[in-house]
Ligand binder design. Structure first.
Ligand SMILES: *Cc1c(COP(=O)(O)O)cnc(C)c1O
Length: 363
C-alpha cells in the first residue's frame, strides 16, 4: 500500500476550462500557458491533453519549452520572458519557439544571430505594470527595427500584461487596454493583452492572441463571485487519508509547539499530508479540509508529512478514510486564502514528491 497523499489531475476538466477560454477569446486565439510545470499540474501531460485544442503554448523560458518539444509537442511555444542570452536565438529558431522581447540586448541578439528560419516575435509594451516592456514611445522604433530585421517574421504581435486584471473595480485595466490599442493603432499588428482575468472579465481586452494560464487549472483568479469564472472546473484534487485516530481531552495540545489546545474532548484524525506534499505550512488552525466529503477544521501546526484535524463532528470516521485538501467543493484558492497566499502559489509549489495521477474523470 502506497502512501495515500496524491494529486489527481482531471484532464477532462482541463479541456473544459480551455474550451471556455477559447470560446471567450473567439475569434481571437487562446495560447495555453503551461509555465512552472503547468502551475504544478505537470507540463507534459497537460500540454498533451491540450495538444488537439491549443494553437500554441506559453512558458517562461527555453528549458520549459525544450521539455515540451522533447515530449513531442508540435505547436509553436512562446517564451514569455524572451531570451536570457544570445545563444538561445538559434535554439529558438530551430524549435519554432516564439520570443516575447522588450530590450536592446534581446534585439541585438536577434539581429546578430545567424539563423535559417525567421523567428516570430512578440513585442511587450509596458502600459502601466512597470515590470517588463517597452515604453509606449519606444514601441514604434522597436517595431520598425524588428520588422526590418531579416531574422524576424513580418507578423509581429504587440502585447502587454495587466497589473490589476483580477480587481473588477479597478480602472487600471481599462486604461491599460486603451493605452495598448492606442500605441499600436498605426501598426496593423495582431495584439495580445489578456491573461485569465482579462479573458474572463474584460471583453475589451480580447484580441488576436490571448494568454490563459491559471483559469485552465479550474480556479477563479477573482476573490469575488464572477459568472464565467464560477463555471471553471477544478483540475487538481489534492487528497490523502486518515492514518491515525485518537481522543484528546480539554487542556491537551496537539502538534509542534503545542500551538492548539483542546477546549473539549476532541477526536483528532492524523492525515498523511504535510508541507512536504505541497500543503501550505502557514495554514492555521481552522482551515477546512474535507473528511468523507464533510468540512472539518485543521488543528495544530502543519508538519512536513502530516496534519491533524478535528473530526469530532464527522460521523463514523475510520483509519483509511479519504481526505480532500482541495478540489471540488473546497478550492485551492480558499485554502490558500487561509494560509495568507493565493491559489496560484499553492498549486505552483506542488512538489515532486506528490504523485500526479492523470485521469479523464473525477476519481
Ligand atoms: C503567466 C502569464 C500569463 C498567464 O497569466 P494567468 O493569470 O495565469 O492567466 C499570461 N501572460 C504572461 C506574460 C504571463 O507571464
Amino acid at each position: 500500500m502506497a502512501r495515500p497523499a496524491k494529486a489527481i489531475i482531471n484532464l477532462e476538466a482541463l479541456r473544459h476550462n480551455f474550451q471556455l477560454a477559447a470560446s471567450l477569446c473567439s475569434p481571437g486565439l487562446a495560447l495555453a500557458v503551461v509555465k512552472a510545470n503547468a502551475y504544478g499540474h505537470g507540463a507534459v501531460p497537460v500540454a498533451r491533453a491540450l495538444a488537439d485544442l491549443a494553437p500554441a503554448f506559453g512558458v517562461a523560458c527555453i528549458e520549459e519549452a525544450l521539455e515540451l518539444r522533447a515530449a513531442g509537442i508540435e505547436q509553436p511555444i512562446l517564451l514569455l520572458e524572451g531570451i536570457f542570452s544570445a545563444d538561445e536565438v538559434s535554439i529558438a529558431a530551430e524549435n519554432n519557439f516564439w520570443l516575447m522581447l522588450e530590450n536592446e540586448q534581446q534585439f541585438l541578439a536577434l539581429e546578430n544571430a545567424s539563423v535559417t528560419e525567421a523567428l516570430k516575435v512578440w513585442l511587450k509594451v509596458d502600459t502601466g505594470m512597470h515590470r517588463l516592456g517597452l515604453s509606449v514611445e519606444d514601441l514604434m522604433p522597436a517595431y520598425r527595427r524588428m520588422h526590418a530585421c531579416k531574422n524576424v517574421d513580418k507578423t509581429i504581435v504587440v502585447a502587454t500584461h495587466f497589473a490589476c486584471g483580477d480587481d473588477l473595480e479597478s480602472e487600471m485595466t481599462s486604461q491599460q487596454i486603451a493605452c495598448l490599442r492606442d500605441a499600436a493603432r498605426d501598426l496593423g499588428a495582431p495584439l495580445s493583452l489578456a491573461n485569465s482575468p482579462g479573458i474572463l472579465a474584460w471583453p475589451q481586452a480580447i484580441a488576436e492572441w490571448n494568454r490563459p494560464g491559471f483559469m485552465l487549472y479550474g480556479n477563479s483568479p477573482f476573490s469575488v463571485a464572477q459568472a464565467e469564472a464560477d463555471t471553471l472546473q477544478a483540475v487538481m484534487t489534492l487528497k490523502s487519508a486518515i492514518i491515525s485516530l485518537r481522543e484528546v481531552v480539554a487542556g491537551e495540545s496537539v502538534g509542534y509547539a503545542a500551538s492548539w489546545t483542546a477546549t473539549r474532548t476532541t477526536k483528532i484524525a492524523t492525515i498523511a499530508m504535510g508541507y512536504g506534499d505541497g500543503y501550505p505550512r502557514q495554514a492555521p488552525s481552522g482551515t477546512p479540509v474535507l473528511v468523507n466529503g464533510q468540512r472539518a477544521p485543521l488543528v495544530g501546526r502543519v508538519s512536513m508529512d502530516m496534519i491533524t484535524v478535528d473530526v469530532s463532528d464527522i460521523d463514523s470516521v475510520a483509519i483509511g478514510d479519504e481526505v480532500i485538501l482541495w478540489g471540488d467543493n473546497l478550492s485551492a484558492n480558499e485554502v490558500a486564502g487561509h494560509a495568507g497566499t493565493i491559489g496560484y502559489e499553492v498549486l505552483t509549489r506542488m512538489p515532486m514528491r506528490t504523485p500526479r495521477i492523470y485521469s479523464e474523470v473525477n476519481i
